[in-house]
Design a protein around this ligand. Structure first.
Ligand code: UDP
Ligand code: UDP
Length: 498
């Protein structure tokens, strides 16, 4: 029960509602958590919320540690940071070399150590919102606490991807037959049918790691899906204007489990948008970028970025450069050669792009190798198109700013997100282009084709109009009295009861 604390004089103050947030590794996970935190802190409800942010050190990328400090300085009074110490992880026990996945796994395996940390919080939180990648291992911790703690996950991708996450164990169970049980790949049909999810998800859109039995990724999905029913809710950075059908299917009881249980309520709390605290102060590169954009015509620039953790191969990077030249459009291109920014900073120059292409690119656009403020770029009037890997945060940011997208998914959930982009009309998806992983890494899309697609994107009036329509929906959802506010209020009212 909440404690009554006495304020100045003899007046009793209403107790604060205290919420604990526990994000996982990578900007694609941290950013939406901190944007959610800012939304919760910004609401004018009485009494104001108090947040505890649970962090792990060291972060995988420099971008993460820098963002955490900026967030904490922005809310010095209402956020408490708690450092969660991880058990060392022996990388040889994990079937992946991706540093972000190793960190996810280290946090998963240390989850039981959360018990003393959560037990020590005062006042006890009224809710815990934690990252989807920690879904199952945190549940026993919650049950072992000396107080009742409602649990929510923040699902850091699309509602469409969530439908796969929630149904994966059922789909695998149906795909296994006595004849194929020893086969290392899971024999899904050409499409994965999930009730209410239309169009069904093609097998070719599913990450290769989810098609192999016993991969780290597949095992996590198998373990987590059946336990979703133990949660009080699932928060997703999405909104009706992007994913009305999937949201109705998920909340309308259509997606159910074999054991008859439905899903916990899904709260579309998006769109999450770039916040004030994310801004890099006094950054020369940023000023230079802005000045350059200021000199360009409205809607004339194509922005190219594959997110915070996807490095294209050297060959592919050269072809993208060639494609940008061939498109004839002005561009702002963020080139990433390494998965983790720490390694990137140790390298000098534009070696991968090569001198010849750099010469051709000169005067037509900007090539950037550092972290950029994507929100500011997408919001600039000069930017008219976005070549994107379709990390979910990027998709929602494009929708928020009404910038049309050329979807070029690379990994994981990105093809499924590209389907959302394609279906709602925010952009086009170059379906035949290969995505990353294994042998595919050797396949390269040539510059000619890339240039043509960019032209198609930038010249399409229909896409421009539809993207503007989606932006209007996003602004309405996020406005005063809009759906996002209603969702957040519903959650906070639930938490207040604790
Ligand atoms: N981002 C940014 N500047 C960069 C690279 C990425 O601001 O130079 C932000 C981007 O706006 C988004 C997040 O980092 O909010 C990346 O998340 P997303 O889901 O798009 O892709 P991921 O990086 O996880 O693949
Ligand atoms: N990967 C990447 N960027 C991403 C996601 C994955 O570079 O945003 C790489 C990473 O090395 C990973 C491999 O792709 O080990 C295969 O991952 P997959 O896309 O199948 O799953 P994910 O790691 O995205 O969940």
């Amino acid at each position: 029960p909440p404690k009554m604390t006495s304020g100045s004089g003899s007046l009793l103050r209403t107790p604060e509602t205290h919420v604990a947030l526990f994000p996982s590794a990578g900007m694609g996970h941290l950013t939406p958590f901190l944007r959610l935190a800012a939304l919760l802190l910004a609401r004018n409800h009485c009494p104001p919320l108090k947040l505890t942010l649970i962090t792990t050190h060291p972060t995988v990328s420099l971008a993460e540690s820098s963002l955490i400090s900026r967030f904490l300085s922005a809310f010095p009074d209402r956020v408490t940071q708690m450092d969660f110490h991880l058990l060392p992880l022996d990388p040889s026990t994990v079937n992946s070399t991706d540093p972000f996945w190793l960190k996810f796994e280290a946090i998963r395996r240390s989850a039981h150590l959360l018990t003393p940390l959560l037990s020590s919080l005062s006042p006890p939180p009224s809710a815990l919102i934690y990252d989807v990648s920690l879904m199952a291992p945190v549940l026993p911790v919650i049950q072992s606490l000396p107080y009742h703690l409602p649990a929510y996950i923040l699902f850091t991708s699309s509602a469409r991807m969530f439908s796969l996450f929630a149904s994966y164990h059922n789909l695998v169970a149906s795909a296994l037959t006595p004849a194929n049980i020893n086969n290392p790949t899971i024999q899904f049909g050409d499409v994965l049918e999930i009730p209410g999810i239309f169009p069904p998800i093609p097998r070719s859109s599913v990450s290769p790691l989810l098609l192999i039995r016993n991969s780290l990724f597949s095992n996590i999905f198998l373990e987590d899906g059946p336990k979703l029913k133990n949660l009080n809710g699932v928060l997703i950075n999405t909104f009706e204007g992007l994913e009305a059908e999937a949201l109705h299917a998920l909340n309308g009881g259509k997606v159910t489990f074999n054991d008859g249980f439905g899903l916990p309520p899904v709260f579309p709390v998006g769109p999450f948008v770039p916040c004030e605290f994310e801004k890099l102060q006094g950054d020369d590169d940023r000023d230079q970028l802005r000045n350059w954009l200021d000199d360009q015509h409205d809607g004339s620039v194509v922005y190219v970025s594959f997110g915070s953790r996807t490095a294209l191969s050297g060959d592919q990077i050269r072809e993208v450069g060639d494609g940008l030249v061939k498109s004839g459009f002005r561009f702002l291109w963020v080139v990433k050669e390494k998965l983790v920014d720490r390694e990137e900073e140790e390298e000098e120059g534009n070696l991968v792009i090569g001198h010849e292409i750099m010469e051709k690119l000169k005067g037509r656009g900007l090539v950037v190798k550092s972290w950029v403020e994507q929100g500011e770029i997408l919001g600039h009037r000069a930017v008219g198109g976005f070549v994107s890997h379709c990390g979910w945060n990027s998709v929602v940011e494009a929708a928020w700013h009404g910038v049309r997208v050329l979807a070029w998914p690379q990994h994981g959930d990105q093809k499924i997100n590209a389907e959302v982009v394609d279906r709602c009309g925010l952009g086009v998806w170059a379906k035949t282009w290969p995505w990353g992983g294994g042998e595919n890494d050797k396949l390269v899309v040539n510059g000619e084709e890339i240039g043509d697609k960019i032209k198609e994107l930038m010249q399409s009036e229909a896409l421009r109009v539809q993207a503007a329509r989606i932006e209007q929906e996003a602004k309405k959802t996020a406005g005063v009295g809009g759906c996002r506010e209603k969702m957040l209020k519903r959650l906070i009212d639930e938490w207040k009861k604790n």
